[in-house]
Design a protein around this ligand. Structure first.
Ligand SMILES: Cc1ncc(COP(=O)(O)O)c(C=O)c1O
Length: 443
């Protein structure tokens, strides 16, 4: 089996071996892309992006009458992606004024925007109000008070969701579990703080409390955490109706829908998440006699991970006899920190020789000055040569988004590919970009 077949489930939908015997994505030769745009390069396949947007819309809308699919921009946002999301009819969740600026720069419809975050600043909230952001998701009492005042000053009644912390363990990495009691995010139900938040929100004339949000963490490969959290939040909503007359008009179950990073670790299909979530919602609403609210879901990685492939050029190698062979590429933790940060695992293939069936064990290191800067430990790959183009699939989520200038690295270029056309959507940084904010002599 060739490497493209082996990695079929983690590569973009359009991945193929072309006539030159190279990996092709969106009808574009990956080796030619690497030559034309340089490496490291992030290649996004538009067909896969659109397919995932549609899968979420279709699978949830087929089961529930009022669904809003809200893309979580933190997974990766750029202007081209924002425009594509708009075309696909998705909303967007932002967690900063910066993410909002990306959306605003393409005229993203404000009513589809959800503003999250555990420490939104006064200026960010003002920017959100000025843009007319549809929903603010309040995370804490400080923010409730601030938003209430700023909305009143702006002469607005701001639609609001409260982020609840339902105390459900999603069985994911401790750094990405967010819905547990001991978390910086959200109002815990168990401590009574969630009820106090409801009371304060209802008492504010400048806030329109429309519902609740939770985000359990990510990636979540199991369905049960969603079921448990929905049951808890609906029970809470029923109490809030009884005690405070609150009508639950919207429930946001957050994101965390897993993406496939490795061929042997398939996540549940979108349809299974949709089925579990909608059934739990219906059942909980029936049990408590609540009308069905609007359902919003916030996929991030599940939309962009598989669409994105990172391309690197192979350079130096080092053999530690009896231990391992290191081969270094021209990127690493400055463009993809996930392996170093979370121990995230990826697969790889040689874009210029995907049909080469030889395999040897090799550790693919980045070029940055940390021993932990390793992209793949103990990968089975054809013998690598300097100049080979190494492709890392499923790299679209939280890699370019978390890219840094560590070691004064130039953040990579990003291209969107479709039908044999490559469009540069972000140029590679240059040295003058690194120096642009530096003041010498100091002012
Ligand atoms: C509130 C919220 N929604 C959605 C997401 C998206 O998660 P994922 O990319 O795993 O779908 C996150 C991720 O941190 C989040 O905090």
């Amino acid at each position: 089996m060739d490497a493209v077949e082996e990695l079929r489930d983690v590569l973009p939908l359009t991945a193929a071996v072309n006539g030159a015997g190279h990996l092709a994505i969106g009808g574009c030769d990956a080796v030619a892309l690497a030559q034309r745009f340089g490496t490291p390069l992030y290649v996004f396949d538009e067909e896969t992006l659109r397919h995932m947007c549609r899968a979420f819309r279709q699978e949830f809308s087929a089961r529930h009458p009022d669904v809003q699919v809200v893309y979580a921009c933190k997974a990766y946002i750029g202007r081209a992606l924002a425009a594509l999301l708009m075309e696909e009819g998705l909303g967007a969740d932002v967690v900063s004024g910066g993410e909002l600026a990306f959306l605003a720069s393409v005229g993203f419809p404000p009513e589809g925007i959800y503003f999250h975050g555990n420490n939104k600043s006064e200026s960010e909230l003002r920017e959100a109000l000025a843009y007319g952001v549809g929903q603010v998701v309040a995370d804490n009492f400080h923010e409730l008070g601030l938003l209430s005042r700023l909305a009143a000053e702006a002469g607005r009644r701001q639609r609001l969701l409260l982020r609840l912390s339902p105390g459900v363990d999603p069985h994911t990495h401790a750094k990405t579990a967010t819905g547990v009691l001991d978390s910086k995010f959200g109002f815990p139900i168990a401590t009574g703080q969630a009820e106090e938040a409801v009371r304060r929100a209802l008492a504010s004339p400048s806030l329109e409390l429309v519902g609740f949000h939770f985000h359990l963490g990510s990636p979540i490969f199991e369905l049960d955490p969603y079921r448990q959290a929905i049951a808890m939040v609906l029970a809470f909503a029923a109490e809030m109706r009884e005690r405070h007359g609150l009508e639950l008009r919207e429930l946001s179950v957050g994101g965390g829908f897993a993406a496939q990073y490795l061929p042997q670790e398939p996540p549940p299909p979108v349809a299974e998440y949709a089925e579990a979530i909608v059934l739990s919602l219906r059942e909980g609403c029936r049990r408590h006699g609540l009308p069905l609210p609007r359902l919003s879901v916030e996929p991030g990685r599940a939309i962009v991970a598989r669409a994105g492939v990172a391309l690197y050029t192979v350079g130096a190698w080092k053999d530690v006899p009896g231990v391992r062979r290191y081969v270094s590429v021209d990127g690493g933790m400055a463009d993809n920190i996930r392996p170093a940060l979370y121990g995230a695992r990826y697969s790889a293939l040689v874009a210029n020789r995907p049909l080469d069936g030889r395999r040897e064990r090799v550790t693919v290191a980045g070029k940055f000055c940390e021993s932990g800067d390793v992209l793949l430990w103990d990968a089975e790959l054809p013998p690598l040569e300097p100049g080979d183009v190494l492709a890392v699939p499923a790299a679209g989520a939280y890699a370019p988004a978390m890219a840094s200038n560590y070691n004064a690295a130039l953040r990579p270029a990003i291209v969107f590919v479709r039908d044999g056309q490559a469009r540069l959507v972000r140029r590679r940084e240059r040295y003058d970009d690194l120096l642009r904010c530096e003041l010498w002599p100091p002012e």
